[in-house]
Design a binder for this molecule. Sequence first.
Ligand code: GTP
Ligand code: MG
Length: 267
Amino acid sequence: MELASWRLLARTIKNADVVVEVLDIRDPIHTRSRRVEQMAEALDKEVVIVLNKADLVPRMVAEKWKRIIEGQGYEVIYVSATRRLGTRMLRGLIKAVAPIKPFSAAVVGYPKTGKSSIINALRGRKGASTSPIPGSPGYTKSIQLLKIEPGFYMIDTPGVIPVEGGWPEAIIRGRSPEELPDPVRPAMALLERILKYNPKAVLEAYKITEKDPYRILEELARKRGWFYKSDHSPLIEEAARTVIRDYHRNKLRFYVPPEEYLLANIK
Ligand SMILES: Nc1nc2c(ncn2[C@@H]2O[C@H](COP(=O)(O)OP(=O)(O)OP(=O)(O)O)[C@@H](O)[C@H]2O)c(=O)[nH]1
Ligand SMILES: [Mg+2]
């Protein structure tokens, strides 16, 4: 399955003139695929990196991430697809890097980064189907060609970049929370990451003061009245699914500060 996805992606990129890679600005590093960028460069395609969901981070944070990635030699823009912020500029940027019309831009990225939402924002109307629930599985099922304006097409792709973003991103973006056989371990890793960057996230979302990920899940299950029928212990799997879902829909608020990345990369 993984091989097939890479092949599909390669074919899509080959057929496009521009590659638009969409990242989640809350965590650009873990939602970025260097392999896709290398693939695009090897095929001589222009790459535009879009930091989406900019409505979820302070403006300074968005600016800093933009500068970091620009410093690596990419065209970068931050937008909010759902609020339609920066989308007009994105349209201009793609036209600026594209060859003469007609051209097409393939929109690629991890599941749930907002690829379809960006296309809809650029079109000014719907056309690419987006997830009704942020946590549902790869929503776009097949490759779709959509017209933005005469001679300017965009290719919507399913979020099938084989996820490299590391643990737990690889797990939680690869499938819907309902489908995860073991949601507890990734949810605990996610909670740890969220609390590291926003110690108040769990308190704000659930009014739970616990700091230990496992205890948080237990407490959340207790609060919601989720218990095993057998021994009445808290049903932590259900709590874990809720945590993953709430991360996707940003009820658990957090973002990775750009400083973290800069510090880690100073040799
Ligand atoms: N807050 C916020 N949410 C967004 C933004 N863009 C998209 N979303 C939400 O993120 C979820 C995923 O959006 P989609 O456009 O379906 O993402 P996708 O990358 O096409 O997803 P797949 O097709 O499943 O890979 C939806 O619930 C959107 O409403 C944004 O700019 N801000
Ligand atoms: Mg989609």
